[in-house]
Design a protein around this ligand. Structure first.
Ligand SMILES: Nc1ncnc2c1ncn2[C@@H]1O[C@H](COP(=O)(O)OP(=O)(O)OP(=O)(O)O)[C@@H](O)[C@H]1O
Ligand SMILES: [Mg+2]
Length: 294
């Protein structure tokens, strides 16, 4: 069974999507792993980092996006169901073993989910709350259950912030990876995330374990960076901080315009090399985490 991994920070713009697509690509290309990327963000940045907008538009027209799978799970009608396997795009960017479950710009947001569940609960508040918690516990697990055996890794790319899909993804995950910028607000995003995860674990709804925290130097470097890194290292322990840091590199930003990850467009660029190193360290850290978790 594949490991489900959340790439998550409550803060936006810290490199979650860029790390997800490049780590996944390197796992497939350099290590022969079978990897699925699941785009849980209505910004569809992971999807558009791997395919041109016209290809996405064609999939959307056919309802071949994550939204359809969510719809099928929450609407109990007798429409013919499209299995997850038929929605997943195989060997994306022509990389063998690299698959994508495309996101959707109109994914179910919390308001739509709540409205649907409230109607299904006959507007009874207690029933609604119970059904909401059940949905949170099961949504992502049910979406992934039929394909988990097909992969070594399933990487979840989240939007910033705390939504039902995010909590459901965390509940479905075995491990998580935190991308962060070495700046104070990014650290606040980590603190909020850790608070949410602590609550889910205390209520026995999640058994997720941290693999590590990756610093990505997007934006202007500040002289606060060393202080921030020191604080985070003190909080998480040195063994949880990746030695590999992702440098600010124009090739990384340019790759998005080619709808491919930088490890494919410019493998010699500093950013691409860092992602390849990050992938090796990721596998090492995962193995250490598995050993200590028992
Ligand atoms: N190493 C890098 N060098 C240059 N630009 C980068 C680098 N990493 C990411 N970027 C760019 O910075 C922006 C934010 O990165 P990214 O989309 O990965 O962050 P995110 O955490 O997924 O954001 P969001 O919270 O909006 O989903 C993007 O435009 C991306 O192309
Ligand atoms: Mg993103």
């Amino acid at each position: 069974m594949g490991y489900v991994i959340s790439v998550v920070n409550m803060k936006g713009g810290v490199g979650k999507t860029t790390i997800t697509v490049n780590l996944a690509t390197s796992l497939a290309k350099d290590h022969g792993m079978r990897v699925l990327i699941v785009d849980l963000d209505t910004q569809i940045n992971a999807t558009l980092s791997l395919m041109p907008p016209l290809q996405f538009a064609a999939l959307k027209k056919e309802n071949h996006t994550l939204k359809q799978l969510i719809h099928q799970l929450i609407q109990s009608n007798s429409e013919p169901k499209i299995p997850a396997k038929n929605i997943i795009v195989k060997d994306i960017c022509k990389v063998k073993g690299l698959d994508l479950l495309p996101g959707d710009i109109e994914q179910y947001n919390d308001f739509l989910l709540a409205a649907t569940l409230y109607a299904q609960s006959n507007k009874n508040q207690q029933d609604f709350e119970r059904n909401w918690n059940i949905l949170e516990d099961c949504l992502l697990q049910n979406i992934l259950v039929s394909v988990t055996n097909d992969y070594d890794f399933i990487l979840l790319d989240f939007p910033p912030g705390d939504y039902l899909l995010t909590r459901s993804g965390i509940i479905a995950s075995d491990f998580y990876l935190i991308p962060a910028k070495p700046e104070p607000l990014s650290v606040i995003g980590i603190g909020i995330l850790e608070g949410h995860i602590k609550k889910l674990k205390e209520s026995k709804r999640s058994n997720i374990t941290l693999i590590g925290l990756v610093f990505s130097s997007i934006g202007h470097a500040t002289n606060l960076a060393p202080r921030v890194k020191k604080r985070v290292t003190a909080d998480f322990g040195e063994e949880k901080i990746f030695n590999t840091e992702i440098p600010l590199n124009v090739a990384v930003a340019k790759a998005v315009d080619e709808f491919k990850p930088v490890v494919l467009t410019e493998p010699k660029a500093a950013g691409a090399k860092a992602f390849v190193e990050l992938t090796k360290e990721f596998l090492q850290k995962l193995s250490n985490t598995l050993a200590t978790r028992g």
